[in-house]
Structure formats: structure tokens, C-alpha cells
Design a protein around this ligand. Structure first.
Ligand code: DX5
Ligand code: ZN
Length: 213
């Protein structure tokens, strides 16, 4: 069973509560925080995470696409994040950022852009609850998956298994019912899907098809 994490980036923010209700059969809820600096787009901050928290009782999966994320980790934890993921490319002192996430009480994730080698995880993998592999260049929903990331997922999964770690691998970007098996076959445990779920006619049906992989 795959873990499915709908991304509210593709939800209707004017009807956030009912859109979150519509994906209640999913496992996690994915929240994309963008600052207009690390990525070209600007989205939401802790206030909206707090609002989403009120509509979602399960795991809140917060993906920070921001520079200097350490400045905001506690704010997102206080807003209700269960998992806080930072980008390796945005952290000068990645190990310190991971420590700060754990100190906040959240589970710690590190995300890698499509071009970033898995080797940046060499000395932190055993500290991580989650590795978030970007299968698009972060910043926008509705892009097509980049197949070149599949071998990276395989390599990270092999290392997790060889070390006997419980670290989960999540993929984010362009995940759809018709391609999600490629990520699962490569070793991913969790699937983020924004447009694939929120633009579907039957969201529950898409979620259950993804969960069944
Ligand atoms: C992209 C975000 C994704 C995005 C995925 O920068 O991190 O979470 O919402 O959207 P889809 O599934 O439409 O590619
Ligand atoms: Zn995301």
C-alpha cells in the first residue's frame, strides 16, 4: 500500500476546508510553502497551515521551498506540521536544519531537486524520517514528471534498506495514476499528487488507485 499525500497547491483556497474534506481517505496532506526566492512562486505561510490543520486529523506533511528555512521551522511546527521537509539546496548547514526540525518536535525530511545527487544525503540519511524526491523542478503544480529521477530513487532505497533504516521515500511532481507505478517500483513509499487528485472528477477513486500500488 502506497502512502498518498494530496498537495493542496491544486486545491481551491476559497474552499479549503471542503477541498480537504474531499480527500479524507488519503493518508497524509501535503502543503507546499514557497517564498518567491528559492522557487519563483509564492504560496502560503504558517497561517494557512494552521487553517489546514483544523480540517485534517492525520499526518500534515509540510514541504518548505524557502531559503533559510531554519528561521521558520518552529512556526510551522506550532501551526501543526507533523513532518517538516527542507531542501538540501536551501540549507548551508543541512545537519543543523535537521536537528532544528527534530528539536521542534516534528519529523524531519530532506528534499532533493531533480538535478541534485543522492550523495548530499551521505552523512545525514540515518537522521531522516523522510527523503522527498522532486520529480519536477519545484515551484508549480501541473508539470510533467522527469523520468531521470527514477534511478536516484532506486539508489536511495537500496541504501535505506542496506542500513536497516525506517526512512521513507516520497516523490513529488507529475505523479498520476498512469505513471505512479514507476515511482513505487523504483522504491518510493509515498506519493504526492496535486493536480492528479484535485483536478480529477472522482478524487476518492484516484486516491484509492494510488494507495493500491
Ligand atoms: C511542486 C510542489 C508539488 C506540487 C505537485 O513544486 O512541490 O507538491 O503541488 O503538483 P502536481 O502533482 O500537480 O505535479
Ligand atoms: Zn511539494
Amino acid at each position: 500500500m502506497a502512502i498518498v499525500s494530496p498537495s493542496i497547491l491544486s486545491a481551491d483556497f476559497g474552499n479549503l476546508h471542503s477541498d480537504i474534506q474531499s480527500v479524507q481517505t488519503a493518508d497524509w496532506l501535503h502543503v507546499d510553502v514557497m517564498d518567491g526566492r528559492f522557487v519563483p512562486n509564492i504560496t502560503i505561510g504558517p497561517l494557512v497551515v494552521k487553517a489546514a490543520r483544523r480540517s485534517w486529523a492525520k499526518v500534515l506533511d509540510v514541504h518548505l521551498m524557502i531559503v533559510e528555512p531554519d528561521r521558520y521551522i518552529q512556526d510551522f511546527r506550532d501551526a501543526g506540521a507533523d513532518i517538516i521537509t527542507v531542501h538540501a539546496e536551501a540549507c548551508t548547514h543541512l545537519h543543523r536544519s535537521i536537528q532544528a526540525i527534530h528539536a521542534s518536535g516534528a519529523q524531519a525530511g530532506v528534499s532533493l531537486n531533480p538535478h541534485t545527487s543522492e550523495h548530499v544525503l551521505d552523512y545525514v540519511l540515518d537522521q531522516l524520517d523522510l527523503v522527498l524526491i522532486m520529480s519536477v523542478n519545484p515551484g508549480f503544480g501541473g508539470q510533467s514528471m522527469i523520468e531521470a529521477v527514477l534511478p536516484k530513487i532506486e539508489k536511495i532505497r537500496r541504501r535505506i534498506d542496506a542500513k536497516g533504516l525506517k526512512t521513507l521515500i516520497e516523490v513529488d511532481g507529475g505523479v498520476k495514476v498512469n505513471n505512479a507505478h514507476q515511482f513505487i517500483n523504483a522504491g518510493a513509499h509515498a506519493l504526492v499528487s496535486g493536480s492528479g487528485i484535485f483536478k480529477a472528477e472522482n478524487r476518492t477513486n484516484v486516491i484509492s488507485q494510488l494507495q493500491a500500488l
